[in-house]
Design a protein around this ligand. Sequence first.
Ligand code: PGA
Length: 249
Amino acid sequence: MPKPLIAANWKMNKTIEETGDFISSFFSMVKDAADVDILIAPPFTSLSVASRLLKGTDIELGAQNVFYEEKGAFTGEVSPAMLLSVNCSHVIIGHSERRQYFSETDEIVNKKIKTARKNNLNVILCIGESLKEREDNKTFEVLEKQLSGSLKDVQMEGIDIAYEPIWAIGTGKTATPGQANEAHKFIRGWLRKNREGAEGVRILYGGSVTPENIESLMAEPEVNGALVGGASLKPDSFAKIVKGAKGRI
Ligand code: PGA
């Protein structure tokens, strides 16, 4: 298993100036965190400045989305080559907010993953159930459908998965470490059964991760990192999360 991955998903937050301010103070706080992979996914407009400021550090840069075509008349979209040109190593695909507000289906997610991998971008694939689906005992059914649809004809090299229960995103209602581990175990089991290289896939937890709960989440055997939204917007809070995850493989 590779090192744990702690990833910041800034969503639609931070101007270029705010990105610069964050990175200058954050870097000095985490420069000794060699046993954790750290990734920041700012909005598209901040990628260029982030790339310049992160150069020479171990902190990786990711985008929050990518289009599945390589180029052409797709107003408003961003291609894998464009992300590579600002030194992105990763892209988040299939976030529940993209599925909910921008009608992304598993089929679209699948096309995006294929184009990203063809261009050697590493992928963080997001999956997770709604509150209603959990209450109806459909969590595993939903995860299975998202996994088989999003990963159709895809090999796992260069892909990590973020389990993000929708009811826990931005709500302050974190899944308990046990709930997270149970879902991760199911995902690992599906990967073992259906894909080669299942053991090399990191399964991150996302949904109201904070400096206070990171250690208990990371103490679970199947939690290999975190995708952090709200608590990644302040350098000291995100640095505490990185430190809380330290040492866990
Ligand atoms: P949150 O978001 O940490 O603010 O809940 C996580 C995510 O959506 O990736």
